[in-house]
Structures are given as structure tokens and as C-alpha cells.
Design a binder for this molecule. Structure first.
Ligand SMILES: Cc1cc2nc3c(=O)[nH]c(=O)nc-3n(C[C@H](O)[C@H](O)[C@H](O)COP(=O)(O)OP(=O)(O)OC[C@H]3O[C@@H](n4cnc5c(N)ncnc54)[C@H](O)[C@@H]3O)c2cc1C
Length: 233
């Protein structure tokens, strides 16, 4: 795997929700060989000391054509995400990657308990799509919290997957703040954990969300090292 810096062209720009956007990029020098859950570092020409490095996880598994699909929310006053919101098809960005160790556990027989908030769902979506493509029916329980019902990412796709694939269970939740999201997930976990205690937890989102949920799982009997996390913010 190479991590060299290279330019990439924006192929398309799509709004997934009122405040979440998808960019499809095509690296210009070489294809990135990445695992679901990994991320690229964008080097953005903004801020007091450019480039501003911002990490974005791949939302879709690697494709033969080498496209990278990134999905991000518009952070109020966020330098990086607001810059990305101005990009149009044909524009260029500079990136490096792939990076990261937040990937599917191997061997893959163990059930997964995925807990995400908002765009924390992005790398998990990539993993779920990769399992689906490989016809790998590892049991997955996904608890995905959004800040509002219309900000639930991939909602209809995931609902439909839950109907067609018995090994996939989906619990969408909406909570306006990170604190409310933590409370909602903690409440849902207290009824769920006795049945899910063998599943490997994968948590993703901002630290304010991920760290209290990890603590909750530790108090429920998980070892800290058993819990895989990707946290930021
Ligand atoms: C490994 C990794 C993978 C990531 N993958 C994604 C991804 O797939 N999609 C994505 O939207 N972001 C992702 N991020 C976060 C991303 O790199 C930026 O931090 C985010 O876009 C905010 O940057 P900014 O410059 O706009 O905001 P900043 O000016 O850096 O402000 C960040 C502040 O906004 C809050 N905030 C609200 N939403 C977010 C958010 N999504 N991420 C970080 N902070 C947030 C934080 O609490 C923090 O205080 C990832 C970060 C890491 C480290």
C-alpha cells in the first residue's frame, strides 16, 4: 500500500441529507488499495498555516475504477468541512492515504456491535457494503444515531438491508445533541447487552460520543482492548 501525496479530481458532488455531502474523487496518479474502515488525509489550502490536514473515511469499498467516496457533515465554522462544501465537479484536492487501523476484525466469524453517531457511520457503512459484496453473513447489529430524523445517513438503504438480510439488524435513533445521543445509546444498550455480549464493539464518531459509550461497555463487562474505536473532534 502506498501513502504518497497525490492530486485527485472531484467527479461528483451529492447531498445525502440537508447537512451531509458526498464527494466522489478520482486519484490522478495511482489507485489506492484500501481496506473498509480506512481513511485518506486531505490537504486543504485554508487556515493560517496551510495545508490544513483533515481525515475522511471511505464510505464505499474500493472499486475497479479507483474512485474514492467521501461523506462529511458541514461543521458550523469548521474550516475544513466548509472548504469541502465549496468544491464542484472538476475541482482538484490533494490527498494521501490510505491510513488507519479501524478495520473489520479478522477472522470475521465474530458478530459485530456497531455504534455510530452521524458521520461516524461512514466507515461502518463501507464495512457493511464490503461484507454484503463478499456474501459474508457475519451478524451485524448497527445502532446509528443522527442529530435529527432527516439527518440519518443511508437510512433507507439500511432499512432495506435489514429486511432482506436476516444477519443484519438496524436500530436508527435521533438525538439533537451528543449528550442526548450518549444517553439514548446507553439506554438501548442496557436492554441489548445481555444478548450481544459476544459481539465485537466498533464505535465511531466524535470523542464526546465515543468515549462515554466505550466507558459504558467497559462497565458492562467488555475489556477496553476488545472495543475498537475511531474517534475525532
Ligand atoms: C480518522 C478520522 C476519520 C474521519 N472521518 C470522517 C468522515 O468520514 N466524515 C466526517 O464528516 N468527518 C470525519 N472526520 C472528521 C474530519 O477529519 C474533520 O475533523 C471534520 O470534518 C471537522 O473539520 P473542520 O475543519 O470542518 O472543523 P474544525 O474547525 O476542526 O472543528 C471541529 C469541531 O467540530 C465538532 N464536530 C462536529 N462534527 C464533526 C465531525 N464530523 N468531525 C469532527 N468534528 C466534528 C467537533 O466537536 C470539533 O470540536 C474524521 C476524522 C478522523 C481523525
Amino acid at each position: 500500500m502506498t501513502e504518497a501525496i497525490q492530486p485527485a479530481t472531484v467527479l461528483s458532488v451529492t447531498d445525502l441529507t440537508p447537512n451531509v455531502r458526498q464527494l466522489v474523487l478520482l486519484p490522478q496518479q495511482h489507485k489506492l488499495d484500501f481496506l473498509p474502515g480506512q481513511w485518506v488525509s486531505l490537504k486543504l489550502p485554508v487556515g493560517p498555516h496551510p495545508p490544513l490536514n483533515r481525515a475522511y473515511s471511505m464510505a464505499e469499498p474500493a472499486s475497479p475504477s479507483g474512485e474514492l467516496t467521501l461523506v462529511f457533515d458541514r461543521v458550523p465554522q469548521g474550516l475544513g468541512s466548509n472548504y469541502l462544501y465549496h468544491l464542484r465537479a472538476g475541482d482538484r484536492v490533494t490527498l494521501s492515504g490510505p491510513h488507519g487501523k479501524f478495520v473489520l476484525p479478522q477472522p470475521s466469524e465474530q458478530a459485530l456491535l456497531c455504534i455510530t453517531r452521524y458521520t461516524g457511520l461512514v466507515p461502518i457503512h463501507c464495512m457493511i457494503k464490503a461484507l454484503e459484496t463478499a456474501r459474508d453473513y457475519t451478524p451485524v447489529f448497527l445502532m446509528a444515531v443522527g442529530p435529527a430524523e432527516d439527518e440519518l445517513l443511508y437510512h433507507f438503504e439500511l432499512l432495506s438491508l435489514a429486511v432482506t438480510r436476516p444477519s443484519f439488524q438496524y436500530l436508527p435513533l435521533a438525538a439533537p445533541t451528543e449528550e442526548a445521543a450518549v444517553a439514548l445509546v446507553a439506554d438501548a444498550l442496557s436492554s441489548l447487552l445481555p444478548n450481544k455480549s459476544n459481539a465485537v464493539p466498533l464505535l465511531c464518531g466524535t470523542k464526546t460520543f465515543v468515549h462515554p459509550i466505550r466507558q459504558h461497555l467497559i462497565e458492562a463487562g467488555y475489556q477496553r482492548k476488545e472495543i475498537k474505536i475511531e474517534s475525532y473532534g
